[in-house]
Design a protein around this ligand. Structure first.
Ligand code: IMP
Ligand code: MG
Length: 175
């Protein structure tokens, strides 16, 4: 079965939108330092591009989580596979994610991070599939709202492949 990737959001569209979000964050955090939390691996491409567009001081940290349950349906119970290096106490924190789907992973993660006492905590996602939402989660910065299709690229994978595509695409199968 042959696989093709149909472009949903071009490299130019994605880059332009990330620049806008970076500018918005720079305005919202004027006079402050922003601490970006990258959720590996998917959030890494977005976070690097976003961080380059933010003009207030930025610090970064990384975490890796896995959700219990099947690979296609997250249970909402998140296991920390790699924890952050730094405490969040009194920091202005933004969690940077690739996509919010059911919202289970992010709502759990937000609660967990809130317990660590940041001064503020916001959520920034490149993509949002609102139709798929099961758990309510407040997204502060959204790149694009997209329909309920399985997408790859810009950090998002299909079976660990396609993360490196510089655009967002939909995997299609022929035959
Ligand atoms: P949630 O807990 O259902 O919101 O799960 C979000 C996670 O599922 C994301 O961080 C992705 O790793 C994965 N995911 C959801 N939708 C897609 C998709 O369209 N392509 C690739 N990964 C996805
Ligand atoms: Mg993810």
């Amino acid at each position: 079965m042959a696989e093709r990737v149909r472009v949903l959001l071009s490299e130019e569209e994605v880059d332009a939108r990330i620049k806008e979000i970076g500018e918005q964050i720079s305005r919202d955090y004027a006079g402050k330092q922003v601490h970006l939390l990258c959720v590996l691996k998917g959030g890494s491409f977005f976070m690097c591009e976003l961080a380059k567009r933010i003009t207030v001081p930025v610090s970064l940290d990384f975490m890796s989580v896995s959700s219990y349950g099947s690979s296609t349906k997250s249970s909402g119970v998140v296991k920390i596979v790699k924890d952050l290096d730094e405490p969040l106490k009194d920091k202005d924190v933004i969690i940077v994610e690739d996509i919010v789907d059911s919202g289970r992973t992010l709502s759990y993660l937000m609660e967990m991070m809130r317990d660590r006492g940041p001064r503020s905590l916001k959520l920034c996602t490149l993509l949002d599939k609102p139709e798929r939402r099961v758990v309510d989660v407040k997204v502060d910065y959204t790149g694009f709202q997209i329909p309920d299709e399985f997408v790859v690229g810009y950090g998002l994978d299909y079976d660990q492949r396609y993360r490196n595509l510089p655009y967002i695409g939909v995997v299609e199968f022929d035959g």
